[in-house]
Design a protein around this ligand. Structure first.
Ligand SMILES: *[C@@H]1O[C@H](CO)[C@@H](O)[C@H](O)[C@H]1NC(C)=O
Length: 187
């Protein structure tokens, strides 16, 4: 917390400095300068980086982010195992939503685990909650999603935990009677 405050203070100083620098530059349109400074600052909002499957683990790291808004860029660095980044819902974490805006499919496989070999970037269009999963081996005992490989945007810790619990139900094979029923992954 202390270091966050320090960092926030530093950013405050930096943006103040750059805004002043821009405002003090000789320019023929003095009135427009502060507006310009503001848009430069918002475009420079730090990109959030998320690791997809670091160290052969079935996780997104961090697993969720909160308080991010329109225009926020998020960078997904796919690692080692063959994963996807696919949009779902809170209720059915391992089921692709109809008309999903994001689904990488299996095109980002990075078997040699080279940092940023095949990354995937998104830019948020709103501050609404969004839910995602890895669809590898879905509805089998090895379902990445069923084992908790889910990611959420604009949720708190409690909501994320519920979402991950829902994933264990949705991603692993459904048990009917004695035999597991393996369902087709929806496309
Ligand atoms: C990645 O996984 C998918 C689904 O299991 C599979 O169809 C595909 O062949 C895999 N890609 C590679 C390059 O192994």
């Amino acid at each position: 917390m202390k270091s966050f405050i320090t960092l926030a203070a530093l950013f405050g100083i930096l943006s103040f400095t750059s805004a002043s620098a821009i405002a003090e530059e000789p320019t023929s349109t003095l009135v427009a300068a502060p507006e310009e400074a503001r848009s430069i600052n918002s475009a420079a909002a730090p990109i959030i980086s998320v690791l997809v499957g670091p160290n052969q683990q079935l996780i997104f790291d961090p697993p969720y982010i909160n308080h991010v808004g329109q225009g926020q860029r998020i960078h997904f660095d796919f690692r080692a195992i063959n994963h996807t980044f696919t949009e779902s819902s809170f209720e059915k974490p391992c089921t692709k939503i109809p008309g999903a805006q994001f689904d990488t499919n299996f095109g980002n496989f990075n078997p040699d685990d080279i940092p940023n070999f095949k990354p995937f970037d998104i830019t948020l269009e709103s501050d609404k909650p969004r839910f995602f999963y890895c669809k590898q081996a879905n509805r089998t005992p090895n379902s990445h999603c069923g084992k908790g490989m889910v990611f959420a945007i604009n949720v708190d810790a409690w909501t994320f935990e519920q979402f991950q619990r829902n994933a264990a139900v949705d991603g692993l094979p459904k048990i009917k009677g004695r035999a597991p029923v393996v369902e087709e992954d929806e496309e």
